[in-house]
Ligand binder design. Structure first.
Ligand SMILES: [Zn+2]
Length: 357
């Protein structure tokens, strides 16, 4: 054997040993390399590949709350979308800092706006699961809960045009033992949270940012929960990423080791739902051009936003412009942040305007 061949063999043995060692330390292993980023951007410090076999849980409260992360490491997660009015500006801000996040998708939202979902995936973010219609699975029966999980998976997969990551987050973090068992059986990881932006309680981006930073200062690391249907997050994410960078936090991007197969009976249901939405769209062609999708007749027009207490003046969210308008045609933003009322087609949310995630 030549010296060069011996060196090659040695390197490959060391590499194999490193993989084995990492595999015995944690389920989440550094997998692929982080993408190259422009100088000065926050970037992705580490890509963690998660093996969802057996349905492991990550995030608190759980038996191993910080198994995934080292000190000063954060995972960015966005729930409840896609909602293009807020999702797209968030995607822009993430791109600017060259960071990748995980989006936990509500199936019926995905069918209503597959373009934004596919755009999110095309930008390199992880597409994960957040049920079909955001019901509390610890308050409905096992059969209905299973349908929420499986129809959500089928609808998200259908809208995405490719398999989603086998990562699930319980709506409202409302876990049930039956559905925990279901996730384990289906090899879907249960991704909870460590840090809550509480963006659903405020329209003020500064309040949202302070919520995150104060919890991070206490815990030192964590899976952070945002919602890409909330104006405080859409308006505050850029400044938050800047503060994370300034304070030395590092972004970890979680990616799946494998993907998950859908179940045929729920695929058929998802296709029926998609067809129903297409028919609704064709009867309202103008609505298709708006920033949000058309409402199905009889569904509530908007979230019943609670009256929020007066907050300190803040930088206005820069997401007030509907995407259907070109930037040049947009009116100058008002001096005070307007009340943003995203239309949703999810009646279960209307009865629970708070109490997210
Ligand atoms: Zn949610």
């Amino acid at each position: 054997m030549t010296p060069a061949a011996r060196r090659t063999l040695l390197f490959s043995m060391i590499g194999a040993l490193a993989v084995i060692t990492a595999g015995t330390q944690a389920r989440a292993n550094p997998a692929t390399e982080a993408p190259a980023c422009a100088a000065g951007t926050l970037g992705v410090a580490r890509v963690a590949e998660i093996d969802a076999t057996g349905g492991p849980k990550f995030g608190a409260p759980g038996p191993e709350p910080f198994e995934l992360l080292q000190d000063k490491e954060v995972v960015l997660t966005f729930d409840d979308g896609p909602m293009r009015r807020f999702t797209r500006p968030i995607l822009e801000a993430l791109d600017e800092e060259c960071v990748k996040a995980t989006f936990f998708i509500v199936g019926r939202m995905a069918l209503s706006d597959p373009d934004t979902l596919r755009d999110t995936a095309a930008r390199g973010h992880t597409i994960a699961l957040h049920s079909w219609s955001h019901k509390r699975l610890d308050r409905i029966g096992a059969a209905a809960s299973k349908q929420e999980i499986e129809l959500g998976l089928s609808a998200t997969t259908l809208a995405l045009g490719q398999p989603a990551a086998p990562f699930f987050r319980f709506p409202y973090l409302g876990e049930s033992s039956a559905m925990r068992a279901h996730l384990k059986k289906r090899d879907i990881a249960n991704i909870a949270i460590d840090v809550d932006s509480r963006d659903f309680l405020t329209r003020n981006p500064t309040v949202m940012r302070k919520n995150v930073m104060s919890q991070l200062a206490q815990k030192g690391r964590g899976i952070i929960l945002f919602h890409d249907i909330q104006p405080s997050t859409a308006g505050g994410i850029r400044a938050l990423l800047g503060e994370l960078k300034a304070k030395g936090y590092k972004v970890v991007h979680i990616v799946p080791k494998g993907h998950i197969a859908t179940l045929p009976e729920f695929d058929a249901m998802a296709e029926r739902e998609a067809k129903r939405r297409k028919i609704a769209l064709s009867s309202q062609p103008l609505a298709n051009r708006s920033a949000v999708w058309p409402m199905t007749p009889g569904e509530p027009e908007s979230l019943p936003w609670v009256n929020l207490p007066a907050e300190e003046p803040v930088a206005r969210p820069h997401v007030v412009r509907p995407v259907s308008q070109s930037p040049a045609a947009s009116p100058a933003p008002p001096a005070v942040a307007p009340t943003l009322r995203p239309s949703v087609n999810d009646d279960s949310w209307a009865t629970n305007p708070l109490g997210r995630p």
